[in-house]
Design a binder for this molecule. Structure first.
Ligand code: FEO
Length: 171
């Protein structure tokens, strides 16, 4: 059985992951709007990945015979002044999520909940990857600056991203 404090915090994380999915889907729609289909594709795959993260928490709570309590998801932004601004917002959000995951780990340690601690380790590693991949795109965007050709090339690169089982961590 999950302890109350752990269960509450894990439920809150379902909401955070669903909001992450919402945010990236909103960014995807924005990129589609401004004719950057590769950026839109990347964000859409990211939104799907976040949904998988939410479901991992959902399934874990169920497995531990806890109660899943879904709450309202806040409204994401709809527009960003540039692709760089959107990715900087994504990085800021991922840093926030990393803090949340670290906080969950802290709770699992305090509550002596070893199973949750082990479950959360996957997310600790995942956050390192998430921050690194967004940071890499930020660096590429900074490098090309206002160059339309450079932006076109990044868009083509990001268009290659697919959503596979391996990106869900279930490999
Ligand atoms: Fe599920 Fe991007 O953190």
């Amino acid at each position: 059985m999950l302890k109350e404090k752990m269960e509450k915090a894990l439920n809150e994380q379902i909401n955070e992951e669903l909001y992450s999915s919402y945010l990236y889907l909103s960014m995807s729609a924005h990129f589609q709007d401004i004719n950057l289909p590769g950026f839109a594709n990347w964000m859409r795959a990211q939104a799907q990945e976040e949904l998988m993260h939410a479901m991992k928490f959902y399934d874990y709570i169920m497995e531990r015979r806890g109660k899943v309590l879904l709450k309202q998801i806040k409204t994401p932004d709809y527009t960003w002044e540039s692709p760089l601004a959107a990715f900087e917002a994504a990085l800021k959000h991922e840093e926030y999520i990393t803090d949340r995951i670290n906080n969950l780990v802290e709770i699992s340690i305090k509550e002596k909940d070893h199973a949750s601690h082990i479950f959360l380790e996957w997310f600790v590693t995942e956050q390192v990857e998430e921050e690194a991949s967004v940071d890499d795109i930020i660096n590429r965007l900074k490098l090309v600056g206002a160059s339309k050709g450079g932006m076109f090339m990044i868009d083509r690169e990001l268009g290659k991203r697919g959503f596979t089982a391996s990106s869900t961590g279930d490999e």
